[in-house]
Design a protein around this ligand. Structure first.
Ligand code: ADP
Ligand code: MG
Length: 709
C-alpha cells in the first residue's frame, strides 16, 4: 500500500505547518516570516545549541571566576540608563538553592525578553559584586517548559514572536506523526553500515530530541553527511554528464606554436607551469571538453599558462578568448599578451602562406570603426586571440570558431556571464574552458564549490622573488614610521603604493576618500615626492596615463583605491601601504600585497589601522604568512560555517549542519561515495529517493551556481 511507504522529504515539503496542533493562522504567519512553511522546513530548522541539564550547577554552588550553566527562574527585571547613555538591565534569578543578579550592558531588549517567571538557561562566569553573586552578559537561552535532559535551543526571532520551546513542541509533534511510517532513507543500508551512519529517522529525532549529547553528535554526523552527499551528487552527475555529452574540439596539440611560444620566453617555465600546461594539453587533445580550474597565487605566472592554452586552439585554426573582470585588467592583459605574442605567425588558410598572429582587445571602450573591425575579425576568424571584458559575451559578438576560453579572476564573474561565453559556440562544439583564480581555495572548499571542475595548482613562484615582509602599524604613531620608510625607499629609487580605505558600497565616497588621502599625503607626510592618484571614477585614458607614468618611474607613489587589487605589475614597486587594513578581507589584503614583491628587491607591506586595542585576526594572519593557501584556510576558519551559495542564493540546498572546515574528511568521503554511486548508476535510476531529494532541494539556479563555480 503506497500510504504505508516511508515518508520522503518531498512528502514533508508538501505538508503545511498549519496542520500541526497549535499552529493557527497567527503562528503560521510567524513561521512564514522566518521561512518555515512546510514540515520539511520545520524539521530542517535545527537547534542552534543544546543545553545539557546534566551539567547544570546550582546557584549556591557556583564558583567565582568559573564558567557554569545555571537553570533558573526570572524573579525581577530592572532597566536603567547610565550617565554615558549606556543601558543596564539587571535580572534577579533564582533556582531554589539561591539567587543572583544577571547584568546586561547595552542590551536594552533584555528587559522585554526576560519576563517574570520565565525559565532560562544561563551560561557565563560568576563573579561577586557588593557581596552578592552576579553574572555579566551571560549567554541566555529561554527554555520555557521543556523537560528532558537535553533541551534544544532553536534560532529565535523576537520579531516573528516565536520562541524556542514552541518550535521544539511542533518539531516533536511532527516527528511523532512520522514515527509510524518512518522516514525514507536514501542512503543504501550497506553504505550506511560501512560509514557507520545512523538511519534518517533516528538522526532527525536525535538532532531535535536527543537523550544525550553523543546521540546528538551521531545525528549531526548523519545529517551533515546527507547535505554533503547531495551537493557532491549534483556536481558529480553533472561532471560525468559533461564528460559524456559535450563534444569538444579535439585540439591539435602537436603543431608547435605552443612550443615556439615557450621557447621564446625570456625565462624558463617553473615546474608547476610546465606541469599545468601539460595537464591542459591533455584535456585539449581529448574529445571531452575541458572544465579546468587553475589556482595560482598572485605572481605565480598564470598568464603564460593561459596564453599557452589559447595558442593550442590557435594552432589548430581556432580562436582563443581571455575574459578579465575589469577594463583596466583587460587592457593590461591585452598589452601584455600582445607583447608575448609579438612576431608569431599562423598559417593563413586563404593564401596557403603565413600571416601574423592577431590579438585584439574588446571592451566597451573599444567603439566605432575600431569595434566594427574587431567584431568582423572575430566573426571571420582573422582575430586569433581576443581579450576583453564581459563585452566579449554580448549578443552582437560572433566568433568564427571559439576553441578555448580563459576566464581570469573568476570570483568577479557571474555564473550567467561564463555560461553565456560558453554558449557563444551555439551549434558547434563547446569551447574548452579554463577558469583562473588567484584566490587560493582550500582543498575541501574547492571540492565542493568547484566539484565539477578539474583542478590544476600553480604551487610554486618563479625564482628570484624575495619574500614580502609584512608589518602591522597600529595607530598614528606607528603610521608615521611607515611614511618614513616610504620616503627611504623612494630615496633609493623604489616606488610605493598607498591603498585608501575601503568604503562599502559607495564608489563615490571611496573616490572622495582617495582624493583626501592624496591631498593629505601630498601636503604633509609625503610632501615633495611625485604622487599619482588612481581610482575607479577616472576616465580610462586618465587611468592609463597614471599607470604608465608609474610604470615608467615618473611617479614615486601611487595613491589608489582597490582598482589596483588585481593584476597590476610594476617590479620596481617595493612598498605597499594599506590604510584601514582591518576593513579589508583576508583575500583582498593578500591580493593587494601581491602587487609588490614582483621584482628582485626586498618588499614590505604595511597594514595600517587606527589604534586598535585588540589584535585583529585578519591582520595577524597576513603578518604571519604570505602563503595564499594557508591564508585561505584561516579565512574559511574565521568566516565560520561555509555557505555554498553566495548570500543571495541561500536556500534549501545550503549546508545547515555540515561545515567545510570541521567536516573536511566527510567532504572527501561524500565525494568518493558520490562517484561510486554515479559511476555505477549515472542517472540514479536505482536511487529514486535520492534522485527525488536532489530534484526537490536544488533549484536549477543552485545547480548552475555549483557547477560553474
Ligand atoms: P599571476 O599568476 O599573478 O597572473 P603573472 O602571470 O602576471 O602572474 O606573472 C607574474 C610575473 O612573473 C610576470 O612579470 C611574469 O612575466 C613573470 N613570470 C611568469 N612566469 C615566470 C617564470 N617561469 N620565470 C620568471 N618569471 C616569470
Ligand atoms: Mg594575473
Amino acid at each position: 500500500m503506497a500510504d504505508a511507504a516511508p515518508i520522503t522529504l518531498r512528502d514533508l515539503a508538501e505538508i503545511d505547518v498549519g496542520r500541526l496542533n497549535g499552529v493557527g493562522a497567527k503562528r503560521r504567519q510567524s513561521l512564514a516570516d522566518v521561512g518555515i512553511y512546510s514540515l520539511l522546513d520545520l524539521m530542517t530548522t535545527y537547534p542552534r545549541r543544546w543545553v545539557d541539564r546534566s551539567n547544570e550547577a546550582r546557584i549556591s554552588d557556583l564558583d567565582v571566576g568559573a564558567e557554569a550553566l545555571v537553570l533558573a527562574t526570572v524573579r525581577t527585571v530592572r532597566k536603567r540608563t547610565m550617565r554615558n547613555r549606556r543601558t543596564m538591565v539587571t535580572a534577579n534569578v533564582g533556582d531554589g538553592s539561591g539567587r543572583m543578579d544577571v547584568v546586561f550592558f547595552n542590551q536594552p531588549w533584555r528587559a522585554k525578553q526576560l519576563t517574570e517567571g520565565l525559565q532560562v538557561a544561563l551560561f557565563g562566569k560568576a563573579d561577586t559584586y557588593r557581596g552578592g553573586l552576579q553574572m555579566t552578559n551571560p549567554v541566555v537561552d529561554l527554555i520555557g517548559d521543556r523537560t528532558g535532559r537535553i533541551v534544544p535551543i532553536y534560532p529565535q526571532s523576537d520579531k516573528a514572536q516565536l520562541n524556542t520551546w514552541e518550535i521544539a513542541g511542533w518539531v516533536e509533534e511532527a516527528l511523532r506523526r512520522c514515527a509510524e511510517r518512518g522516514i525514507a532513507d536514501p542512503v543504501p543500508d550497506a553504505l550506511r553500515q560501512r560509514l557507520g551512519l545512523i538511519g534518517r529517522y533516528d538522526a532527525l529525532r536525535g538532532i531535535h530530541l536527543p537523550d544525550s549529547m553523543s546521540v546528538k553528535d551521531q545525528a549531526r554526523r548523519r545529517l551533515a553527511f546527507d547535505e554533503l552527499l547531495r551537493v557532491q551528487l549534483v556536481l558529480v552527475v553533472r561532471k560525468r554528464a559533461m564528460e559524456r555529452l559535450a563534444r569538444a574540439v579535439q585540439h591539435d596539440t602537436e603543431r608547435g606554436l605552443v612550443q615556439r611560444f615557450v621557447d621564446a620566453l625570456p625565462y624558463s617555465l617553473t615546474a608547476a607551469q610546465a606541469r599545468t600546461i601539460d595537464e591542459i594539453a591533455a584535456d585539449l587533445g581529448s574529445s571531452a571538453s575541458m572544465h579546468r580550474l587553475l589556482q595560482g597565487d598572485v605572481g605565480a605566472g598564470k598568464t603564460v599558462v593561459a596564453v599557452a592554452a589559447m595558442l593550442t586552439a590557435v594552432q589548430g585554426g581556432h580562436q582563443g578568448a581571455l575574459m578579465a573582470p575589469t577594463e583596466v585588467l583587460a587592457e593590461q592583459h591585452s598589452a601584455g599578451v600582445a607583447d608575448l605574442l609579438e612576431g608569431f605567425v599562423v598559417p593563413d588558410s586563404n593564401l596557403f602562406g603565413e600571416r601574423p598572429l592577431r590579438v585584439e582587445l574588446l571592451t566597451n571602450r573599444v567603439t566605432g570603426a575600431e569595434r566594427k573591425e574587431v567584431l568582423a575579425g572575430l566573426a571571420d576568424g582573422s582575430v586569433d586571440v581576443a581579450i576583453g571584458t564581459h563585452a566579449l559575451i554580448q549578443d552582437a559578438v560572433d566568433f568564427a570558431s571559439l576553441g578555448v576560453v580563459v576566464v581570469d579572476e573568476q570570483h568577479r564573474f557571474g555564473v550567467e556571464q561564463r555560461a553565456a561565453l560558453r554558449d557563444k559556440s551555439a551549434g558547434q562544439a563547446v569551447p574548452d574552458t579554463l577558469v583562473m583564480t588567484a584566490t587560493p581555495i582550500p582543498r575541501t572548499a574547492a571540492m565542493t564549490v568547484y566539484g565539477d571542475l578539474d583542478v590544476s595548482v600553480l604551487d610554486e613562484l618563479p625564482p628570484g622573488r624575495t619574500p614580502i615582509v609584512t608589518h602591522w602599524a597600529n595607530g598614528p604613531l606607528e603610521e608615521q614610521a611607515v611614511w618614513t620608510e616610504v620616503r627611504d625607499e623612494v630615496a633609493v629609487g623604489r616606488q610605493a603604493y598607498v591603498v585608501c580605505p575601503l568604503i562599502d558600497e559607495s564608489e563615490k565616497l571611496e573616490v572622495a576618500s582617495a582624493e583626501e588621502t592624496y591631498q593629505r599625503l601630498a601636503g604633509d607626510e609625503l610632501e615633495g615626492l611625485r604622487l599619482g592618484l588612481l581610482h575607479g571614477r577616472m576616465t580610462s585614458s586618465e587611468k592609463d596615463d597614471t599607470m604608465s607614468a608609474f610604470r615608467a618611474g615618473d611617479l614615486d607613489v601611487l595613491v589608489a583605491t582597490t582598482v589596483i587589487e588585481v593584476g597590476v605589475d610594476v617590479p620596481n614597486a617595493t612598498v605597499m601601504v594599506i590604510l584601514d587594513a582591518d576593513r579589508f578581507g583576508i583575500a583582498q589584503l593578500h591580493q593587494l600585497r601581491g602587487r609588490v614583491g614582483r621584482g628582485a628587491h626586498a618588499s614590505t607591506c604595511w597594514l595600517v589601522t587606527q589604534q586598535l586595542d585588540e589584535p585583529n585576526p585578519r591582520v595577524d594572519a597576513l603578518v604571519a604568512t604570505t602563503d595564499g593557501f594557508e591564508l585561505a584556510e584561516v579565512d574559511l576558519e574565521l568566516r565560520g560555517e561555509g555557505t555554498l551559495m553566495s548570500g543571495a542564493q541561500k536556500g534549501r540546498s545550503d549546508l545547515k549542519l555540515a561545515s567545510l572546515r570541521r567536516d573536511r574528511p566527510m567532504v572527501e568521503t561524500a565525494r568518493k561515495v558520490a562517484f561510486e554511486i554515479v559511476d555505477d548508476d549515472p542517472e540514479l535510476a536505482g536511487h529514486p529517493v535520492l534522485a527525488d531529494e536532489l530534484d526537490l532541494l536544488f533549484s536549477d539556479r543552485d545547480e548552475a551556481f555549483l557547477s560553474r563555480g
